[in-house]
Design a protein. Structure first.
Length: 369
């Protein structure tokens, strides 16, 4: 027992408390907005005044924070070993999706296992993908291009499985994170832009010529042509932001949740803006930026290339998802179905963000000599 408390004291003494409290603030903001935005949905779907969705969100927050603390406790060597194992397990789960996955609205992205009802394997895989690729890119005594080749071997089957689901949003996110990691690792700029162009061409080919991605083409065309009639959700989301104004309409006064399915996941920023105003959204964005700044500030003092890559990848994935989510909500980008880290409702998304946060806390801890 004494040893446990000593370990806890060392953990508390060495973690970056600023980053830790910013993470907690974001998670509890998500919990609060879940309470005010999902009680109406539960009432409609379950025909009762229920806090069903809020309770589920609360349970996943508790589970997520528990995982966050566990992963921030681990020694670096153990963290890397555990991450490789969990990467392999989550990759196997991703492989199983086409065979035993649940299909929703034409996409098969989820597994329903008795102890993990309807979870999305790619969300669990993302944190460990960052660590696995970072370890490959920082291998010693390996030829430079061999490292990139090994990372491509890891990347390619994941992209193919996501394309098959289909999930173009997550496909592009994983590809962009890989590009960010190889760019920071010191790749030749010509080769980097060649990879970037290749991914862009493949994505364009899929959208234009593959029938399975017809829905992406429809979303793009409706985004470019607002009179097409296929952008109902995006219009309602942007209308909600406009109606909310600077200070919002008040708690429970928003109408977006009753008009748009899954508004509490894909359009949570619009829900918040409608009820609480643009000023609260701006405040939330500042917390994201402050969180990212504090992590990047830590990177400047690190010498270990592997840790630098992992932290850059972790911050990049949070910032990219945030940018895409907000871009969709304000109609700067076409609809992608991307959740907002920390705030959006959804168990897989919460667990993924918690794992990334735990990894960040672990690798930004003060080192004991």
């Amino acid at each position: 027992m004494k040893n446990y408390f000593d370990n806890y004291y060392d953990w508390w003494k060495n973690i970056d408390k600023y980053i830790f409290f910013l993470i907690l603030i974001l998670f509890f903001l998500g919990l609060f907005f879940s309470l005010v935005s999902t009680s109406l949905i539960a009432s409609d779907k379950l025909d009762t005044n229920s806090y069903y969705f809020f309770i589920k969100h609360f349970i996943f927050i508790i589970l997520g924070i528990t995982l966050l603390i566990i992963f921030s406790f681990l020694k670096e060597e153990l963290l890397f070993k555990v991450s490789i194992i969990l990467f392999s397990v989550s990759f196997i789960a991703l492989v199983l999706v086409p065979f035993i996955g649940i299909e929703v609205k034409g996409s098969k992205r989820w597994l329903d296992i008795f102890f993990l009802p309807r979870f999305q394997p790619i969300e669990i895989l993302k944190p460990f993908f960052i660590i696995t690729v970072s370890l490959l890119l920082s291998l010693k005594n390996k030829k430079l291009y061999l490292k990139y080749f090994l990372s491509i071997i890891v990347l390619s089957p994941i992209l193919l499985l996501l394309i098959y689901q289909p999930d173009l949003g997550q496909t592009l996110l994983i590809a962009m994170i890989w590009l960010a990691l190889i760019f920071v690792s010191g790749i030749n700029i010509f080769l980097f832009f060649l990879f970037f162009l290749l991914i862009g061409l493949i994505a364009s080919y899929l959208v234009i010529f593959i029938p399975k991605f017809e829905y992406i083409k429809i979303r793009l065309l409706s985004f470019l042509d607002s009179s097409s009639g296929n952008n109902y959700q995006a219009e309602k989301a942007s209308d909600a932001i406009i109606n909310g104004g600077f200070f919002g309409k008040g708690i429970g006064e928003g109408t977006l949740n009753s008009r748009v399915p899954e508004a509490h996941t894909d359009y949570i920023v619009s829900v918040i803006s409608e009820e609480f105003g643009a000023i609260i959204v701006i405040g939330i964005l500042l917390i994201y930026l402050l969180f990212s700044y504090k992590v990047i500030q830590k990177i400047n003092f690190l010498e270990n290339d592997t840790i630098k890559l992992i932290l850059i990848g972790s911050v990049s994935i949070i910032l990219l998802q945030t940018f895409v989510h907000i871009g969709v909500n304000i109609r700067l980008l076409p609809t992608t179905g991307m959740t907002l880290p920390f705030l959006s409702y959804g168990g897989s998304s919460i667990i993924s963000t918690a794992l990334i946060s735990g990894i960040i806390l672990n690798l930004t801890k003060r080192k004991i000599n």
